[in-house]
Design a protein around this ligand. Sequence first.
Ligand code: JFZ
Length: 468
Amino acid sequence: MKRALLLALAGAMAMVITLTATPTPPTPAPEPQAAKAPAAESKEARDKRMAWWRDARLGMFIHWGLYAVPAGDYQGKRAKDIGEWIMSWANIPRAEYEKFATQFNPVKFDAAQWVRIAKDAGMKYIVITSKHHDGFAMFNSTVSDYDIVDRTPYKKDVLKALSDEAKKQGLRFCVYYSIMDWHHPSQYVDAAGKDPTAGNSPNKMKPDQKAAYVTYMKAQLKEIITQYDPGVLWFDGEWNDWWTEADGQDLYAYVRGLKPDIIINNRVGKGRKGMEGLSKTDQVYAGDFGTPEQQIPANGLPGVDWESCMTMNDTWGFKSYDNNWKSSQTLIRNIVDIASKGGNYLLNVGPTAEGEIPAPSVERLAAIGKWMKTNSEAIYGTHASPFATQLAFGRATTKTGKLYLHVFNWPSDGKLQVPAIKGTVAKAYLLADRSKPLTVASAADGLTITVPATAPDADASVIALDLK
Ligand code: JFZ
């Protein structure tokens, strides 16, 4: 009786406090108020903000999280599905999945080495999973203890180490963040034969908990931006029906409010056209660039910023038995193909739970680096091919006063036929052998360049034309 009365009194007092408290919060609200519509930014301001990213052309994606512990194996179950989705495809309840944290101890992790591997491959930025669909934070979060510092024997903040190293070695540090969260109590699984706390896509949102979840995401994003200063916020997991374009616009404005010159992908809202990844054009959608996944657009897209993300094998997160590696030739030609269409290439690695980038990935990155060392001037800061149709011999990129011909199919007769170009050629030479000028014959229907009998590079030989 006495206790009930006390509780009632306390309740009444709280009511009074609520009713009489001034509406002004003690500290200024941290969130920006007005949603800044993307259209409000001038073209000049946008070009300035996007400049480093457009010049970069090549970045490293890193999918690293607790899923590296099972590495594609759960209680004898293996699947064709991607490694970072194991919580979903192996139907692992939250309480079971959480236990992987106790086994996550990447003692071989070396931030300086990872950044060096990316840099030597010619990559200009790194995008790492700060939180994937499994909800586990790979950084030190104070709004959640489901993070690497609080839950693993390793106890160290790998995002901090990587962001410091990237800065030191001159690469832009960027983060991936999943909107869908299989661990957060606001979300659950409603699918036949599945544990309600396992992962699933689509997943469900408890309507009365959505606001709290958005607050949670914003708090984590604020931690990420203040602690690691990312150049890009790469959202994902936006496709559930409980996430709307209005939510995307609000989150976009919030993140830009925290760091005005940050770049945000189009998976923050609902503009993305499936795996094709580019944004729909029926209205203005949130996000600065399109995100084709595992594919390259057939043609260049004038005036559109986009980035193709791709795996080197078939998984993003590490799987011990995925050996379906693309050849380094395919990867090099993808870099060229994408640059020739005006896009960026975000190429993935999935490190192990011990903290190592798999050897087949390191080997391919070294081959890319070797090619970039000779040919990167035909990639960085270039624009899409000026030719109306795709070239029979390969691809082209351009920048002021320069045209680069990337030859995949070397002419057997030593004569490279090039369609007519604007401007005249002052000088032609191989990037692999700059000191030897190549003979160019100009005619109304195009150029004939006399080239050595054998290709200097079996993957892609680049001929530079200085134009006047
Ligand atoms: C998403 C993630 O689910 C995946 O784990 C990885 O991080 C990748 C980069 O992004 O993959 C998707 C996203 C959307 C679709 C398919 C895969 N989709 O809409 O079909």
